[in-house]
Design a protein around this ligand. Sequence first.
Ligand SMILES: C[C@H](O)CC(=O)SCCNC(=O)CCNC(=O)[C@H](O)C(C)(C)COP(=O)(O)OP(=O)(O)OC[C@H]1O[C@@H](n2cnc3c(N)ncnc32)[C@H](O)[C@@H]1OP(=O)(O)O
Length: 729
Amino acid sequence: MASNNKELVNMQVHENDGIAVITICNPPANAFSLAVIAELKDRYNEAMERDDVKAIVLTGAGGKFSGGLDINLMRTVQKSGDVSMIADVSRDLVANTIEDGKKPSVAAIQGYALGGGLELAMGCSARIATPGAQLALPELTLGVIPGLGGTQRLPRLVGVSKAVDMLLSSALILSEEGNNTGLVDAIVSPEELIEASRQWALDIAEGHKSRSNSLCKVDKLCSLDEVHELLSTPRQETRNIAPDMLHIGACLDAIEDGITFGGYHGILKEQELFRDLVLSRTAKALVHVYVSQRAMLKVPGVTDVGLIPRMINKVAVVGGGSAGSGIVTALIMANIHVVLQEISSECLLKTIANIEENLQELVRKGKFKQGRVQKVLSMLRGVYDYSEFKDVDMVIEAVFEEKSLKQSIFEEIEKNCPQDCILASATSSINLNVIGNRTSSQDRIVGVNFFSPAHVTPLLEIARTEKASSQAILDLMTVAKALKKVPIIVRDSTGFAVNRTFFPYTQAAYMLADLGIDIFRIDRVISTFGMPMGPFQLHDITGYGPAISFSKEMAAAFPERTYHSPLLDQMVRNGKKGKSNGKGFYIYEKGINPVPDPTVLPIIEESKNIANIKPREQIISLSDQEILEMVFFPVVNEACRVIEEGVVAQSSDLDIASVLGMKFPSHLGGIIFWADRVGSKYINTSLSKWAAIYGNFFKPSNYLEHRAVKGLSLSDPGCAGLTPEYITR
Ligand SMILES: C[C@H](O)CC(=O)SCCNC(=O)CCNC(=O)[C@H](O)C(C)(C)COP(=O)(O)OP(=O)(O)OC[C@H]1O[C@@H](n2cnc3c(N)ncnc32)[C@H](O)[C@@H]1OP(=O)(O)O
């Protein structure tokens, strides 16, 4: 066996069968950097030229095929604006060298083949995979389209309908499904993978199997009329739902173009569209979201000190209610045993009914299998005392926000749980040191903030005090992973990071209502911007009670900048509680979109009169843009304080938290990324102007003002944290 070892792409030529095995060795994901692409090209050229090579097997080292084009390379391209470095890989490497080269290639896939990784595999004459290997073209989640031929070869291998489905959803499929749909030619065990792929490659080279060229396949393509028909619905939906998401339309255009004018034409069209899209604002924002999300998983002193996470198999939850039932639903769905403590059988039955309803709703939406409902419910046990807490790995206290109640619960759980059990509170505002002050377990007391609905929202905020151990934080991060949630680690402080950053969001909306701006217009402006709903509808859904108590806590902590509108109190006084009692700002009926409820107009009028904040004799007239800015700039301002006080480790944590926890539009990159695009100077000037008219609620923070004056971005990591220069001013 002759071998040619290179650092990133390795080639071994097997003398007995003349098969060259080319292996990408670029851990952790075998992503394609420029160097990998260059070495791949070199190895291929060498294999094509060598007389002792009949065919090629392409594979990846470390049990993974490839995660695709290196996303850091995309970032480099975006920063430099120079797309030329990746411009011709599709035509040159995938089409001309691998697919049309004089010797056939077979892809041996293990682990995952994603994005460019799968595209490279589709350029091969056959794909052999191990059971459960993951296959996807997730490029749309990064604001681009596949750029190595994916829009052309996938429809030809699996059919247009399935390809559109896979591309638009970015969903991964397993190799078994790939085998049924035509994407994978055979499934073999990991031990047999290379051997079987070599045999397949040899069979093609010796004419025992036909050499297939994906780009030339037409048997799975439908007629042009059918293609138009198939693409018209997603095209229309894209226009209506996501006008800024040009990449979605571009993906459909590339597919259609290739079917109309042929695969080779399609490759060039795709390449051209990819080049433009990779530099688009949306791609920059979405790549930032990917990179920042990965960065959040690296916590200095926690994930880099060799600690081993403990398995959390059994969790006790104290208190049901809407938060507790969501938390229990999330835990049992992750196959974690739960002991749920309630104060009465009536409460317990109600909570269990809520949990069942949570699961059934997921079943109705096709996100959970009916067959699993009873199984996961059997992991839940209801209790009325602490007797079954003796072997739990973690307790989550989720009772209402009352300091002394929480303190006595922590006293009890310390007595009744194992000594290494994590003691977590789902408080939204009470200081963790205060909650735990009757215990001597400060090192294992942490805060956990699940975002409503807890079993759906993909963010888990973990708050640590200075005394919390790294092990406890690591264990909770592991729980987050089991729950399929992204953890954000924050410093314990009132409202933690996310609720605190967003508390001005609803307050600003209520202030605008008290100034006479139509609340339904405010909601419309905010949802047109990309939030799933406006602040008033949000309160209808989450309920007025939690909103009123949270606002009191924030007012107590930050009295100088809290706006207290009388509106929610007035709503409650008039018998309205939001969606829960069918009396909110909107009328909710099954199957139709909520419609504004005209009966709230007199209540809004009352609130305006009580608030009395409208400058005398003035009719306030605001453009939609001004409404948007008056709602979001105060959020940016509070985010600046959260960064300045070190509540989050880096500003991009708030980007991810805003996207995953508050559903801030991901294509805008998160709250700080968006603010930097708007510009610190403009935000500071606007807030100063409003502060002069409407008061301290809008007063710019030191951090914002400083950066505006210096012309700095809000996200510049070099300047994060307290800066003596302006603190001491
Ligand atoms: C031209 C083309 O059409 C364009 C493209 O190919 S764009 C790229 C498309 N590919 C993707 O979007 C895949 C992105 N990766 C992922 O979603 C996830 O990393 C994953 C699903 C592969 C698995 O994650 P995980 O289970 O943690 O896997 P693991 O095998 O341990 O490796 C993960 C590491 O590889 C990195 N990685 C994976 N794919 C990568 C890629 N394409 N570029 C850069 N880094 C990548 C991850 O960021 C992570 O590193 P980190 O921990 O430092 O952040």
